[in-house]
Design a protein around this ligand. Structure first.
Ligand code: HEC
Length: 169
């Protein structure tokens, strides 16, 4: 029995070392994607949005605002949900404040992406990045289609956002 003792510590160290160093490469890519509620939205987000907003939506100073808070708030009201759909469909132009920080730039439109892709992308933003609660309904393809049918320019999208802020939604 006493002979086993010398082996215990090295084995424990080896296991700890594997955990510390080896864990990340061992996790399969599919496993990482499974952690997100909207993996298709995640893929579209990384391809189309991460360049400006960052891979986790934290924003880039003077380039694009963080989208880790407002989208969850917007998704909880009917007008806020319209706002999210409009923003991705038609972009946004003009000064906005996010938290205490002002941005005055232009987001391009993503009308070239189909309704299902935009809904999935927004759901990734709302639930995976902004952590909306379970009481919030996922955005639907139909909600995107409804906004697509009345086109706006980016300045009008920003005006609609102002009406939300005034309403406290
Ligand atoms: C070229 C850079 C760029 C890309 C790419 C981009 N955005 Fe934006 N986004 C912005 C900017 C800039 C604003 C703020 C616009 C303004 O100042 O009026 C913004 C605003 C937003 C807002 C509104 C935040 C709020 O508080 O109202 C959301 C939501 C958003 N983006 C989501 C996305 C999503 C989803 C994608 C990908 C489909 C995307 N953005 C791609 C630059 C970008």
């Amino acid at each position: 029995m006493r002979r086993r003792a010398p082996f215990t510590l090295p084995v424990a160290l080896l296991a700890a070392g594997c955990l510390a160093i080896g864990l990340a490469p061992v996790v399969p890519v599919a496993g990482a994607a499974d952690k997100t509620a909207y993996p298709e939205g995640a893929t579209a987000f990384q391809a189309n949005c991460a360049l400006c907003h960052g891979p986790a939506g934290a924003g880039v100073p003077a380039l694009a605002p963080p989208i880790t808070s407002n989208p969850a708030r917007f998704a909880a009201s009917a007008e806020g949900r319209r706002q999210l759909a409009m923003t991705v469909l038609f972009g946004m132009f003009g000064e906005i404040s996010v938290g205490e920080v002002r941005f005055n730039s232009q987001m391009p439109d993503f009308a070239r992406l189909d309704d299902a892709t935009l809904a999935a992308t927004l759901n990734f933003v709302v639930f995976d990045l902004a952590h909306a609660g379970a009481e919030v309904e996922p955005l639907t393809t139909g909600e995107i289609a409804a906004e697509r049918s009345h086109a706006l320019d980016g300045a009008a999208v920003r005006e609609h956002r102002k009406s939300l802020a005034a309403a406290g939604t």
